[in-house]
Design a protein. Sequence first.
Length: 442
Amino acid sequence: MKVCIAEKPSVAKEIAHVIGASNRMDGYFEGNGYQVTWTFGHFCTLYPPEDYKPHWKRWDLNTLPMLPERFETKVMDDGGVKKQFGIIKGLLDKAAVVINCGDAGQEGELIQRWVIKQANYKGEVQRLWISSLTTEAIRTGFDQLKPAEDFDNLYYAGSSRAIGDWLLGMNATRLYTLKYGGYKQVLSVGRVQTPTLAMLVNRHYEIENFKPTPYWELQTLYRDAKFNSTEGKFFTKEDGEKLLNQVSGKDLVITAIERKDGKEYAPKLFDLTALQVYCNNKFGFTAESTLKLVQGLYEMKVVSYPRVDTTFLPNDMYPKIQGILMGLTKYASFTESVIGSKIRKSTKVFNDKKVTDHHAIIPTGEEKPLNGDQQKVYDIITRRFIAVFYPDCLVAKTQVNAEVESVPFVAKGKEILEEGWRVLFPKEKKGKEEDESEDENK
């Protein structure tokens, strides 16, 4: 029997449906030669200090630093976890092959490897590596299962991170608490939380100590165009008024007009961080909220794997683009023009060298009913995806130089000649899309 271990019950259900394991059992699905079981997050954790040496349980400076000779894991002390782990171990004890179906990333690799190791399974392990939960992606993944050894370095990286967190957190927390903590006050120190807290504190003090400084600028209007003095800001009103008195009532003389045509490229596809930043600025979502929403969209099979750090697609995705676009029926008014001609292939979108484990977050081409917040996140992911296959936005930038009594002034403006990809963002006149687009003339 082949035993598949997914990271969540919902993912296990999707996989079981595709591979024909249709019989629901206690803690797993079975059928067609497969048993599909699941974890739900971390099932195993590194030993606490006292499990290595009993006297490490007491917080004492004399025991620091605590440096185990070998790090070990154990099943978490949770009734639900222990029950499901028992089911998994029972399946693995009889398995001919185990297929690791954990999330395709460092954390997913670590979670499942620890479970397999804790169950003392010694047989063959294969890896399912997919970027979406569509039926096609799952079937393709099972047709292209890889040896678990191909992902050893990913496991080592996750394990090293966990061990590093233990060493820093356990030792530094005890050290700072014992030396500087008050009565029953724990000073928690961590690899991520401590530098992040330092950034927040430093920013807080910057804001608290900021002293606004008033300044003045010299401007004039000519034919509804605002001209700014190139002298810049004046930090005393008297200096500004001195220059104002020099030019008041005098003629503005145009000395040069320069127009330059250029292109603005569509915003890049999303990685997780960029999506979180966008959703915070646009919708007020926290990073955690955005992650939960996009993770939910992934599990609903409407977007690809979200925990990614690249904004590019691999070249082998190009043949699939038309099918994805055709599946976006709710966006047909935008996709028709793209599908009706040769789909552009830009190195700003497709680049194998900038894709590691996963590609950028994109729609899968499947559509399902979504709630309000889910729709907001899905909509911007989908519009960005469609936009990268649209023509560039053509613009004309004009700079007018002028003088008043030898004092230089300048006015700048931009005209959109052809909207191109901007038709997908009709309300974004001067917003994130414009700010994040790539300008050929920069």
